[in-house]
Design a binder for this molecule. Structure first.
Ligand code: ATP
Length: 455
């Protein structure tokens, strides 16, 4: 028999949340969630690469969103090109209006968005970085779209933009989708894809980057029913974040007041999350009225009306948009999951988001245990993304999995061989349970279905 034991000491002390983003950044680098982009060349500002575990979480985020949207009978999927006809961006208002007011400090060369300088903290014309007065330039309007050239000639006629949002690819395909999918209003179009913004002040890890992914859905409705749909989508979207295990106390709605509303919006609410750096937008829900379709109709000369067969009437639909950042949703999942009690760090990720659902551990590297472990591992990985670890003490192995959020550890010891059982160790409670080996997959299925976040 072994001198190793599968029981571990209970974690002492109270649990704390993520307090400092640097702790998350270093865990992400160490364990392979997120790396600074082009790191061997010194990195490039506000660009990040997803490592082996990060890409798994990101794929889970996208898959959960995609299923939540397109499993509905009234939403269709789309994947439009990043490069679009340049007139798209004139029609959408981005060429003239997608600007931020940029100010520079002539003393310390720091750069700010004038609308983001906290007026309660800093006097007019005081630099938030070096504290000097009178050194800030007048705000200059800076367009956030990345420009490039299509074809071999770098001239104004060939300028194209990297899309700053995915929504416009949906509007220009409204008729194509409506006709090909034979959808009737109300219906929506969902899309996940890259967007690019030359942000003046990127930062806070992957919160604000210059290249990011959006998960956007545009829902086309009959004018007059728009506010009703707006309320429905507000609820649907916050419920989705809650179902992913994000704590209710950390989410809230923020309503855009008159001065804050975008040029296209009739009503707008942000779903905000309380990050260690304060409450910030996670997703926007917007009533965009008929602004976009009307503008594309005007600029393209192509009718974008809908004929309602029941009411025998023609109209341009209103649009309710839900617009979430994929990277930001992932950041919220990681930040919300981060827990520590002193010496233990664990990611209390919802199992649906966790990179691995299960790890299988042989108590020791003995042939009979390894053989049984292989059987269990090969069986469970048919259904769940699983990993295995046989290096070091069992306590250390549990901790390695805690840090990456694996919800279930499955240990094989000599009792397993004699009784055909496995011992499951739970990440959140550290409790252990012994069950028949052949029940493992159905046991995990049941636990994932009933999973509740411990606040
Ligand atoms: P802000 O005013 O903070 O620049 P916004 O209100 O213009 O942002 P939207 O255009 O509503 O943002 O974008 C929709 C969603 O896309 C945001 O809620 C966010 O999750 C994500 N997003 C927007 N910009 C970025 C970015 N630079 N980096 C990462 N995600 C972003």
């Amino acid at each position: 028999m072994s001198d190793e034991s599968i029981t571990e000491k209970k974690a002492p002390g109270p649990t704390t949340d993520l307090k400092d983003m640097n702790d998350l950044v270093s865990l992400c680098k160490r364990r392979g969630f997120v790396f600074p982009s082009s790191e061997i060349y010194g990195g490039i500002t506000a660009c990040w690469d997803y490592g082996p575990l990060g890409i798994e979480v990101k794929r889970n985020v996208k898959e959960l969103w995609w299923r939540a949207m397109t499993d509905r009978a009234d939403v269709e999927g789309l994947d439009a090109a990043i490069l679009m006809h340049p007139k798209t961006w004139e029609a959408s208002g981005h060429v003239s209006g997608f600007v931020d007011p940029l100010v520079d400090c002539k003393n310390c060369r720091a750069r700010f968005r004038a609308d983001q300088i906290d007026k309660t903290k800093y006097k007019p014309n005081e630099c938030p970085s070096c504290g000097k007065f009178g050194t800030l330039t007048e705000p200059r309007q800076f367009n956030l779209m990345f420009k490039t050239f299509m074809g071999p000639l770098e001239e104004s006629a060939s300028v194209v933009y990297l899309r700053p949002e995915t929504a416009q690819g949906i509007y220009v395909n409204f008729l194509n989708v409506h006709q090909s999918a034979r959808q009737k209003v109300p219906f929506g179009i969902a899309q996940i894809g890259k967007a690019f913004r030359n942000e003046i002040t990127p930062g806070n890890f992957i919160f604000r980057t210059r290249e990011f992914e959006q998960m956007e859905m545009q829902f086309f409705v009959k004018p007059g029913t728009d506010m009703e749909w707006f309320e429905k989508w507000k609820k649907t979207r916050i419920d989705w974040h809650l179902a992913n295990g994000i704590r209710k106390s950390k989410l809230r709605f923020h309503q855009h007041k008159d001065g804050e509303l975008a040029h296209y919006a009739k009503a707008a609410f942000d779903i905000e999350y309380e990050f260690p750096f304060g409450w910030q937008e996670l997703e926007g829900i917007h009533n965009r009225s008929d602004f976009d379709l009307k503008r594309h109709q005007e600029f393209s000369g192509k009718k974008l009306e809908y004929f309602d067969e029941v009411g025998r009437e023609r109209y341009i639909p209103y649009v309710v948009e839900t617009s979430a950042g994929c990277d930001r949703t992932l950041l919220v999942a990681l930040a919300d999951a981060y827990r520590t009690d002193g010496d233990r760090i664990w990611m209390q990720l919802h199992p649906n988001l966790a990179p691995y659902k299960v790890t299988v551990f042989p108590l020791m590297k003995k042939p009979d245990l390894l053989e049984f472990k292989d059987k269990v591992f090969n069986d469970v990985k048919k259904k769940y993304r699983a990993t295995q670890d046989d290096a070091g003490s069992i306590g250390k192995r549990y901790r390695r999995q805690d840090e990456i959020g694996t919800p279930f550890g499955v240990t094989i010891d000599y009792d397993s061989l004699s009784n055909n059982t496995v011992t499951i160790r739970h990440r959140d409670s550290m409790a252990q349970e012994t069950i028949p080996a052949e029940k493992l997959t159905s046991y995990i299925e049941e636990k994932i279905a009933g999973y509740k976040v411990v606040d």
